[in-house]
Design a protein around this ligand. Structure first.
Ligand code: NAD
Ligand code: ZN
Ligand code: ZN
Length: 342
């Protein structure tokens, strides 16, 4: 079968032929319908994640069950599924509550998940090590649904934790309207009536945010960005700032515009540092560094999509265009999420 492989840090991914795997005892073989192309893969390709290659990329996957390994029950061939991405030990306290994204034993597990240390979904088929990592998709199309498992789940997890602050008179800032950010705007619209201010450095992304229902959009690269956001937010300041970039400039902007008793969630991994000094960020600010989401939250995200409340904007490409698609993502030329379709 064809697969898009991480080889080693600093090298572009390669599209190669590898044998189709067979599921061992307890495992499931999933026929991939779609594999989302996440910006995190660019960090993996450029800087590594401490996991040796080669492995197949793709940590945002959906498809259909193709074969069950010995002992797997409760599923059957052809069932449409999303693959829950962060693979924990399955038995610690967090994993027992379905939050494998915060597995206590992550340091001793030799993978972060499929596409992040283990073979992922940018291939015709993928092995999922346990049925506990599958979530039913119902009637959703796997190509449209693949981004739900990360591009939607990650902002959903960040927004859900901030819900007590997201009252109708609150103002929320969303920075970076790419794969994660364009889902964040929709999730905020579906779950809150807070006012949404969306920032990006690319006008087409701002136009996208406007189409999805953001109340205000602004170019966060401008020198007046902080003043502009403060003017829009009014005396209370930004109540919740969601940073889907994580660069020094965006973290600094969040720090400058939130009010007292607010929240900053840094989701993006662009390498910025949050500096603390007295009252900066302002007193009472919670800072969170959410990672991905729980399996229960993935079920909730899938329900939001099934109810028609959120929908990923998807550009689909064949697997053998993967190298070009990563380049387009790097240059900011993907609207919403790119999905590779075997
Ligand atoms: P993306 O490339 O689809 O979108 C990034 C967006 O940010 C683009 O619209 C781009 O124009 C914009 N942008 C870039 N620099 C900017 C700046 N200085 N100011 C404002 N906007 C800027 O990326 P994505 O797949 O949505 O991922 C976003 C980030 O989140 C990445 O760093 C990724 O690694 C990270 N991520 C984190 C988690 C987690 O669990 N913490 C999960 C998934 C992705
Ligand atoms: Zn990701
Ligand atoms: Zn665990």
């Amino acid at each position: 079968m064809k697969a898009v492989r991480y080889i080693e840090t600093g090298r572009p991914p390669e599209v190669v032929d590898i044998p189709t795997p067979a599921p061992g005892p307890g495992q499931i073989l999933v026929k991939i319908g779609g594999a989302g192309v996440c910006h995190s893969d660019l960090h993996v390709l450029d800087h590594g994640i401490g996991m040796p290659g080669p492995f197949t990329l793709g940590h945002e996957n959906a498809g259909w069950i193709s074969a069950l390994g010995a002992g797997v029950t409760g599923w059957k061939e052809g069932d449409p599924v999303a693959v829950y991405g962060p693979w924990g030990c399955g038995s610690c306290h967090h994993c027992q509550t379905s939050a494998e994204n915060y597995c206590e034993n992550h340091a001793s597990i030799p993978t972060f998940g499929g596409g992040l240390g283990s073979d992922g979904g940018m291939a015709d088929y993928m092995i999922v090590p346990s049925p506990r990592l599958l979530v039913p998709l119902g009637t959703l199309d796997p190509v449209k649904a693949a981004p739900l498992s990360d591009a939607a789940l990650t902002p959903y997890h960040a927004i859900k934790a901030a819900l007590p602050l997201l009252t109708p008179e609150a103002t929320v800032l969303v920075l970076g309207i790419g794969g994660l950010g364009h889902m964040a705007v929709q999730i905020l619209k579906a779950m809150t009536s807070a006012r949404i201010i969306a920032g990006d450095i690319d006008e087409t992304k701002l136009e996208h945010a406007r189409e999805l229902g953001a109340d205000h959009v602004f170019n966060s690269g401008s020198n007046q960005a902080a003043d502009h956001v403060r003017d829009l937010a009014g005396p209370r300041g930004i109540t919740v700032a969601l940073d889907f970039v994580g660069a020094q400039s965006t973290i600094d902007l969040c720090t400058q515009v939130v009010g007292r008793g607010s929240r900053i969630a840094v989701v993006g991994l662009a390498g910025g540092t949050l500096h603390y000094a007295a009252n900066s960020p302002p007193y009472g600010t919670d800072v969170s560094i959410p990672y991905w989401g729980s399996r229960k939250e993935l079920m909730e995200v899938i329900a939001l999509a099934a109810n028609g409340r959120i929908s990923a904007t998807v550009e689909a490409f064949p697997l053998d265009q993967a190298v070009d698609v990563y380049q387009r993502l790097r240059e900011g030329r993907i609207r919403g999420r790119a999905v590779l379709k075997p």
